[in-house]
Design a protein around this ligand. Structure first.
Ligand code: COA
Length: 260
């Protein structure tokens, strides 16, 4: 499918999705959000894709937020619908059956940070800046940011970041647990690709079910989470990947997983 604001390149089971609207530092307007919704839906359906990397075009921004010029004249109803549309995209990413890595190459602000937080984990360039400037515009994060950030790093640091509207650098974001690793700008994509390749080389059904157990388990009591984990664990014993993975170990050879 052709997109006006996205570039999608797929090879060897890894798809790289680049948000590409450099005139607005890749800001998320209604059209970009609509394209992201279609793209993630398609990437999820495509069995040839085993992992996805999300990044931004250019060397300045990952995504500089929701499109302020588009939001400026919205009514309350339109603002509500816009928030729901953004949340739908973030939920879609969280519900993907394959891992999604954010490679944050520059500014990840507002909706841009929300996009990164919806991914399974974040690598950031050492020149990235992250933040929620919404309060400086008289609004608040509305694409899942208040929920995802507070769940990820706890309310206190989330409160500080969201209430001040200030940006933090990649090192601080890493120390706070928002970012897994800070990488030199020129090595960011190689690092993301290397990790994606490691993920596509193992039993991808196991990865997919583990993602499901972690994401859904966070919303359950620990006991329910354990029960849910046990069910998914059991189901994996009905897969070819489990037979192949374990017989390869016993035979002392490399497993040839099929994702079935
Ligand atoms: N929505 C719409 N347009 C945006 C945008 C956004 N979120 N972020 C940047 N742009 C546009 C700018 O208006 C500018 O367009 P112009 O050339 O037509 O004036 C262009 O992108 C380049 O941005 P500019 O501000 O000139 O770059 P900078 O290097 O001086 O500053 C930022 C970079 C990211 C600090 C600054 O653009 C910014 O603060 N953006 C808004 C961030 C924000 O509040 N996001 C949350 C929205 S809820």
């Amino acid at each position: 499918m052709d997109y006006k604001n996205l570039i999608i390149e797929a090879a060897n089971g890894i798809a790289v999705l680049t948000v590409n609207s450099p005139k607005t530092l890749n800001a998320l307007n209604g059209e970009v959000l609509g394209e992201l919704e279609s793209a993630f839906y398609e990437l999820n359906r495509n069995d040839a894709v085993k992992a996805v990397i999300v990044t931004g075009a250019g060397d300045k921004a990952f995504v500089a937020g929701a499109d302020i010029k588009e939001m400026a004249s919205m009514s309350a109803y339109e603002g509500h619908q816009f928030g729901l549309k953004g949340q739908r995209v973030m939920m879609l990413i969280e519900k993907m059956t394959k891992p999604v890595i954010a490679a944050v190459n520059g500014y990840a602000l507002g909706g841009g940070l929300e996009l990164a937080l919806a991914c399974d984990f974040i690598y950031a360039s050492s020149k990235a800046k992250l933040g929620f400037p919404e309060v400086t515009l008289g609004i608040m994060p509305g694409f899942g940011g208040t929920q995802n950030l507070a769940r990820l790093i706890g309310p206190n640091r989330a409160n500080e970041l969201i209430f001040t509207g200030r940006m933090i650098d990649a090192e601080k974001a890493c120390a706070w647990g928002i970012v897994n690793e800070v990488i030199a700008p020129e090595e960011l994509m190689a690092k993301a690709r290397d990790t994606a390749a490691a993920i596509t080389g193992v039993g991808t059904l196991g990865v997919s079910y583990a993602k499901n157990a972690i994401a859904n388990g966070l919303n359950m009591t620990k006991e329910d989470g354990f029960r849910y984990e046990a069910s998914l664990f059991g189901v994996l014993f009905a897969t070819k990947d489990q037979k192949e993975g374990m017989s390869a170990f016993v035979d002392k050879r490399k497993a040839a997983f099929t994702g079935k």
